[in-house]
Design a protein around this ligand. Structure first.
Ligand SMILES: [Zn+2]
Length: 97
């Protein structure tokens, strides 16, 4: 469904579904921030209290992990947002299901 890393193809490669309706906006980014933030902060606290590593090690580990996790989650979460949007027929300015 993607045409590039996050750019959407005009339509589905399997079923020709037109992706004109799809607009996940910043939906995936919010979930990525919540999930990656919780994981990274939780791990950072655990590592600090368990191993007490130097601050530069903390910085390099968590910075790298945050970026890798965010990139790894970007496509699946954007796909999920668009699938949910399609399933619930969500559109701008409509609040009925
Ligand atoms: Zn399809």
């Amino acid at each position: 469904m993607f045409d590039g890393f996050l750019a959407l193809a005009p339509k589905c490669g399997s079923c020709e579904l037109d992706y004109g309706f799809a607009d996940s906006a910043d939906g995936p980014a919010v979930f990525i921030m919540f999930i990656v933030g919780a994981v990274v902060v939780g791990l950072a606290l655990w590592v600090e209290f368990t191993f007490e590593p130097a601050i530069w090690l903390h910085l390099s580990m968590w910075f790298t992990l945050a970026i890798v996790l965010s990139l790894a989650l970007a496509r699946p979460l954007k796909g999920l947002m668009i699938a949910l949007q399609y399933h619930h027929r969500a559109e701008e300015g409509r609040f009925d299901k």
